[in-house]
Structure formats: C-alpha cells, structure tokens
Design a protein around this ligand. Structure first.
Ligand code: ADP
Ligand code: MG
Length: 540
C-alpha cells in the first residue's frame, strides 16, 4: 500500500514523547539562561546585538528580549517574563526559573509513566493552594507604612546597578510614589503615567533628583526667547509651525525680481499668520511635537513666547495630563480653553546641556525623576532598577499585601503544599510534591549565587520553617539563614502570585502538547523549517 501524505512537503513533525521532551528541554534552557542572574548576588549578562550595541543587565526580561529566542516552546517561556513585567514590573527571573523547574520535575514524573494530564491537573491544584497559602501569610501595607514601602524599594534595587545608592534612591522613589498616589475608599491607585523618568548621563547617581513637575530634554528654540516664564499658559501643538513642502516637485518660474519678493512676502505672511493665531490664544509657552520654522521662531521670540520643538509623543501625553492642556492638531483650534497651566516654565542647565522644567503644574501629581549617572550604561541600568522599584511599590499598594524575600515565602509555600499533598491520594499527590520541591529552586539558586552549599542550606531552611519561623530565608550577604522580614527584605505579594500563576500555566500548557507540526502553512514551508532542532537556541 502507498503511504498517504496529509501534510505538505517540507513540514516537520515531532510527536509523542519526543515532542514533549524537546519542548521541556527548550523551556529548561531558557530558564538556565537567566538563572544565574537571580537575587542580589546574581551575575550580570552582557548582550551584544547585531549592530554591536551593548546591554549589560541583570534583568530577566531584558536579557530574554535581547536574545531573540526562536524555539516555539522557549518563546512561550519568554512570554511569561513579558507578562510578569507588564503585570507587576518585577519578578521576571523568578517566573522563568519557576517555569523551568516545574517542567524539570514534571519530566521526572513522565519518566515514571505518569500521564501528562495527571501532572497538569496536580500542578493546577498546587498553584491554587499556593496562592491560598501566600494570601494567608502576607502582611498588610498601606501609604502610611513608609518604612515598609522603603524596604520594598530597597529590596527591588538590591544587587542592581543601583546597589550603592539604593538607600538614597529608595527615599526618592517612595516620595515620588506618595506624591502621585491616589486613595479612594481604601484603595490606592498609582497612575505611572504621572512619573516621568528622564535620563541624563553626566554627574553621579546620587545627584538623581525628584522634581515636582515635568522635565523635558529640550532647550528653547531661539536664544531671544525668555529663559523663564511665570504663570505659564501652555499650548501643546501637534502640527508643524512651518510651511509644508509641496508633495510633488513643483517649479515656480519667476520672470522679474518683484515676483520673487512677492513670493517671499507671501511665505512670511503665512508664517506670521500662524504665529498670530498662537499669540491670540494667549499662550506664552509653545511645546510643539513637530518642527518650528526659523522665521516663526523669530516672531515667537519677539513676542516673548517660550517654545520647544520636536517634543516626543509620550512627553506630550504626560504634559497634557500634568498641565491640563489639550493637544491641538490645528492652529485654528487654539483657544484659551485648550491651554494648560504651570507656575513656572524655565530653561535650566543640567550638566552641560539645557533642559526645560515645567513646574507647579495644574495637576500636582506629575513628577519627574531626573536620573544622573556616569555613563549611558549606568543611567540605563539605574532606570531599569527604578522602574522595578516603582512597579513593586505599585503592586504592593494595589492589593495592600507584602511578603518577605530571600526564598522565605517559597519555602513556606513548599511546606504548606507538602502538608496538602498528605491529604491527597494517587498520582496527583506526586505532582503536588513535585510542585512543592520546584518552589525550592528560588532559595536554592540564591544559596548557589552566594557560593553556599544549596543542599545544606535547604535542609537548614526546612528545619527553620518546621519550627514555625515563617520568614526564615537565605541571607545572601552573611550566608546565614535569617528572618528576612527583620532583615527588611520585602516584596509585594503580587510578584509571587503572578509568578506562580504564569509559570504553572505555561508548564501545564507545554505538558499537554504531544505533537509539534512546523512549517505547515504554505509560505513558511518554503522558507524552510521554522522548528529548530532540540535545544535550538540561536548562539548569543
Ligand atoms: P527577579 O527578576 O525575579 O525580580 P531578582 O534578580 O530581582 O529577580 O531577584 C529577586 C530575588 O532576590 C527574590 O527572590 C528576592 O527575595 C531575593 N532577594 C532580594 N534581596 C535579597 C536579600 N537582601 N537577601 C536575599 N535575597 C534577596
Ligand atoms: Mg527583581
């Protein structure tokens, strides 16, 4: 009998145990890539892209994004890092490392011929139980607990590029968060749009400032303009204040000099007309997303108006929120009602460059952190650390719950899950135990990063938790088991719940796959198989 082909030529297909093994292997590889960066003693990675640009970081999601991973199962793991980043803003390495460990432990069960759906079911039950345990042990936090908030910010920045200045930066981050926080019926919300992180290389990290208002990396367009405007009426303009070039190549033939003059006069009149509309609105500050013609700059400066051009879209949005202005696309719509307000708009020298400061905004909730640092790499890494800290504070305040770090929480969850497993029967019990053991990968990795014997330390930790010391964790600096709450290592509960949810979900999803069909659709098949070999990670 002839073989029957139901798939187009060139399709790659792997099924059954092979497919599972391959996917698990790829997922574990991703986890291995970031594992060594976990915790304050984690190492950094240097990633060089195809253009030779260098990123040095310790941040899980940044590493995975820059690595350009291609294997489909590996990509699913990268996705959870991204979700973790957008949902919480921190805990990306934790989520990825957990996912890898869930799959590794599942692999052992698969080898014992336990069916993947049984493992997936046990994992689902474990994740639910884990979240229940976490909610039980978490402590409360609110805007009043400035100390706890500071501890959360310091923990987020420990071991990052910001390590040396974390105390100073933490005070500023907490202040920024308190400035923008809104409390309504006991619920705290933070609109992160209200915090602008502006980078400025030059100077040292300690000089990083918290400024009430918005700072733009722009100087005024014309030196004849005033440097400082009080009681600023601000127009946000999203159209060019210049004469548009014609779309098509047009030629104007001029036969005598007076025509030339008439042409120039006409242009001048059009520009003047535009500036007149601005003056009529009463605006004394123009922040324009597009260009401003030289002549227009001249007219504006003669009228004592302060103007910046090519302001970025995201700055325009922040300015609109801060000053209450509406962004205008057409100068005819520029009326006093659409203008925003600020007490002062001024140009100040920062380092050796000029920046525009918009202060005393109508909305007092707008703040800017002006990040200083020796080089671009430092400033970038500080910005990532501050973003983590802000994200953690938001996550902590959003549900008002905080736990201790250093692996203490994970150990407590593992302990609770083992107790839970005792109440179960059959193969699901094994899956719950595998899940519990996987949780220990966090303290284990922290111990390894500090150069300690992980087996000893996990045994010590277990003993401490059995004695009822809920927050016993791995202090990576002294190498001792300590009460992490007393050590002020604190993290929002949401990091942990989100990481466990995302990691267990992706593990369950990968476990259920028993067939990988790659290059199925016509165009892809021609480009060759989309499915690399086992462990097919691109070289770094
Ligand atoms: P992630 O991307 O998951 O946030 P990090 O590199 O930020 O990874 O490491 C977070 C882990 O480091 C958490 O488990 C946290 O509890 C732990 N950690 C933070 N500070 C300390 C500390 N001072 N001692 C021990 N562990 C710490
Ligand atoms: Mg972190």
């Amino acid at each position: 009998m002839q073989p029957i082909f139901i798939l187009p030529e060139g399709t790659q297909r792997t099924s059954g145990k092979n497919a599972q093994k391959m996917n698990i292997e790829a997922a574990k590889l991703v986890a291995d890539q970031v594992r060594s960066t976990l915790g304050p003693k984690g190492m950094d990675k240097m990633i060089v892209d195809s253009l030779g640009d260098i990123t040095i970081t310790n941040d899980g999601v940044t590493i995975l994004e820059e690595m350009n991973i291609e294997h489909p199962a590996a990509k699913m793991i990268v996705e959870i890092a991204k979700t973790q980043e957008s949902e919480v803003g921190d805990g990306t390495t934790t989520a990825v490392v957990l996912a890898g460990e869930f799959l590794k432990n599942a692999e052992a069960l698969l080898e014992k011929n336990i069916h993947p759906t049984v493992i997936a079911k046990g994992y689902g039950m474990s994740a639910m139980k884990a979240i229940e345990i976490l909610n039980k042990i978490a402590e409360d936090v609110s805007l009043k607990n400035k100390d706890i908030l500071k501890n959360i910010a310091v923990t987020a920045m420990t071991g990052k590029g910001a390590e040396a200045q974390k105390e100073i930066l933490a005070d500023k981050v907490v202040q920024a968060v308190l400035d923008i926080a809104e409390e309504y019926e006991g619920r705290v919300t933070l609109d992160l749009e209200n915090i602008k992180l502006e980078k400025k290389s030059g100077g040292s990290v300690e000089e990083t400032e918290l400024i009430k208002g918005i700072v733009l990396d722009k100087d005024r367009v014309h030196s004849g303009m005033p440097k400082r405007i009080e009681n600023a009426k601000i127009a946000l303009i999203d159209t060019a204040i210049e004469i548009k070039d014609t779309e098509t190549d047009a030629k104007i033939s001029i036969t005598d000099p007076s025509q030339m003059q008439a042409f120039l006069d006409q242009e001048e009149r059009m520009i003047k007309n535009m500036v007149d509309k601005i003056i009529k609105s009463g605006a004394n500050v123009i922040l324009c997303q597009k260009g401003i013609d030289d002549l227009a700059q001249h007219f504006l400066s003669k009228n004592g108006i302060y103007a910046c051009r090519r302001v970025t879209k995201s700055d325009m949005d922040k300015l609109a929120l801060a000053t209450g202005a509406q962004v205008t696309m057409n100068l005819d719509d520029l009326t006093p009602e659409v203008l925003g307000h600020a007490q002062i708009v001024e140009e100040l020298k920062v380092g050796d460059e000029n920046m525009t400061f918009v202060r005393g905004c109508k909305n007092p909730k707008a703040v800017t952190m002006l990040i200083h640092g020796g080089t671009d790499h430092i400033v970038d890494e500080i910005k990532r650390a501050l973003t983590d800290a802000i994200g953690d504070l938001r996550a902590a305040l959003a549900n008002g719950k905080v736990v201790a770090g250093g692996g203490s929480t994970e150990m407590e969850v593992a302990k609770g899950l083992r107790k839970y497993a005792d109440t179960l029967e059959g193969k699901e019990q094994l899956a719950v135990l595998a899940f519990a053991e996987a949780m220990e990968v966090i303290p284990r990795t922290l111990a390894e990063s500090a150069g300690l014997d992980p087996i000893d330390k996990i045994a010590e930790l277990k003993a401490a938790h059995d004695k009822g010391n809920t927050w016993a964790g791995m202090d990576v600096f002294s190498g001792k088991i300590k009460d992490m709450w007393r050590e002020k290592v604190m993290e929002p509960l949401k990091i942990k719940t989100q990481a466990i949810k995302a990691a267990s979900e992706v593990a369950m999803m990968i476990l259920r796959i028993d067939d990988v069909i790659a290059g199925g659709s016509g165009s892809d098949a021609r480009r060759g198989p989309a499915m690399p070999d086992m462990g097919g990670m691109p070289p770094m």
